[in-house]
Ligand binder design. Structure first.
Ligand SMILES: [Zn+2]
Length: 441
């Protein structure tokens, strides 16, 4: 009877010894960019020792970078790619416009701005992220631009007053508050209170008010039919990293340039804390000490995550060079173990850091990283493409697909094709024939 007790106490002991840092590190590694940003936003709100890093740095070697460099001078990695937007269909380039371009056009048609203000508007627009938020400290931003903060704020207010509620809001919280203010749901005083206690906003929402959570969503909802058609939304598919063709058979990996990946210690707050430390009581002191410790842990986890993700993707890209260059038969199904050995880390770490991640391939398609670990992936791709283009009167049988694949260098049997087709959720040819017939009649 002793054994279960021992096991129990040991388990409890282990539980206590589990370091919060380990949990945080694991969680951060597993989160894809969008969710990681939300998590970091929350940590940023809770911890005064964290702030956004304004400068760029290399995710691999942490070398600070000049804004205009394309390659890290320290490790030689690609750190910037200016080829710009990807478009699914290059032919539609002239018709499609980005969210920011449309927004600028709408603003210019409603708001009268001086030349000076126009310049500021352009800089603001350029710094909005894909959700339409200006995730920058306005005071610092103004300082960098060399204009008074009032002047910058003035332009933003002018645009907001013309119906662009919440334009250049810093985040969802500020944006929601601005909408509430605009609808008269709260007073200015209350909005300051809610800023500190965002959990109370839920009560406002329960009243049946519909609020937007991103400025982009709000803006798009207001577009007319023509605007919506013009909107290029290919960038809305989020991805963690981009694979960039560097010429020859060389490829580089760029982590998506999110300000959240570049969080840093708020040195100003640290020195403030050190100066005023003696005026704080012991509880306040230990509270802030814990936050500072926590901030350092968060940053070390984040840096580790970024560099491991980057290196794991670089390894995958190195192994899939030929496939990336367009040769489907050159695809090498990888094993997590192989990546782990190449990087000198545990398999668990590789699994975590690649979990749920997506990459933008040089072809412009966004793919889940897990596909590189699926031996059936390239064959499935070809099957999908073949069936998409097939003659509706004569859908391809599994046997003819298998024959085509074999000619392309894949070694697959008819049975394998049937299996893959089922996994892709595609009906067999006789069912497709009926389906096509019912669509045309
Ligand atoms: Zn570097």
């Amino acid at each position: 009877m002793k054994k279960p007790e021992l096991r129990q106490s040991l388990a409890m002991h282990q539980k206590q010894k589990m370091i919060p840092k380990m949990m945080l590190a694991g969680e951060m590694m597993m989160l894809p960019l969008e969710e990681l940003e939300m998590k970091l936003e929350q940590l940023l709100q809770e911890n005064p020792f964290l702030e956004f890093e304004e400068r760029m740095f290399c995710f691999a070697c942490e070398q600070p970078l000049d804004r205009y460099l394309d390659f890290c001078p320290n490790c030689g990695r690609i750190v910037r790619n200016d080829t710009g937007y990807y478009l699914e269909d290059p032919g539609s380039f002239s018709e499609k416009r980005s969210f920011k371009e449309l927004l600028e056009e709408e603003i210019l048609s409603c708001v009268e701005l001086s030349k000076e203000e126009l310049k500021l508007l352009e800089v603001i627009l350029a710094n909005l992220d894909e959700e339409g938020f200006l995730r920058l400290d306005l005071r610092k931003f103004a300082f960098h631009l060399g204009v008074p903060e009032d002047q910058l704020q003035g332009v933003i207010e002018k645009v907001r007053a013309e119906g662009f509620v919440g334009f250049a809001a810093a985040d969802t919280l500020e944006f929601v508050l601005l909408q509430c203010l605009n609808k008269g749901l709260i007073t200015l005083e209350e909005s300051f209170q809610l800023r500190k206690h965002p959990e109370k906003i839920r009560f406002l929402l329960k009243k049946g008010e519909s609020l937007f959570v991103s400025f982009r969503e709000f803006f798009e909802a207001g577009l007319d039919e023509r605007g919506r058609k013009e909107l290029d939304d290919t960038r809305r598919v989020s991805y963690d990293a981009e694979i960039v063709a560097l010429g020859g058979d060389e490829y580089g990996v760029l982590l998506f340039d999110s300000p959240y990946l570049k969080l840093t210690l708020n040195e100003g707050f640290i020195s403030l804390f050190k100066d005023k430390r003696s005026s704080l009581n012991s509880r306040e002191q230990s509270f802030l000490e814990e936050r500072l410790h926590e901030a350092r842990e968060i940053l070390s986890c984040l840096r580790y995550r970024n560099s491991l993700l980057l290196r794991a993707l670089e390894y995958i890209v190195f192994r899939e060079k030929k496939y990336l260059a367009g040769d489907n038969t050159a695809f090498v199904p990888l094993l997590q173990k192989e990546v782990a050995e190449a990087l000198g880390v545990s398999i668990a770490a590789v699994c975590q850091v690649l979990k749920g991640k997506r990459v933008l391939l040089p072809s412009g398609v966004v793919k889940e990283v897990k596909f590189f670990f699926d031996p059936s992936y390239p064959a499935k791709q070809v099957i999908k493409q073949l069936i998409q283009k097939e003659d509706h009167k004569k859908p391809l049988s599994d046997a003819s697909i298998a024959a085509y694949l074999r000619k392309q260098g894949f070694s697959v049997s008819r049975r394998t094709v049937t299996l893959y087709r089922d996994q892709l959720g595609i009906l067999p040819s006789h069912s497709r024939k009926k389906l096509y017939a019912s669509m045309t009649s």
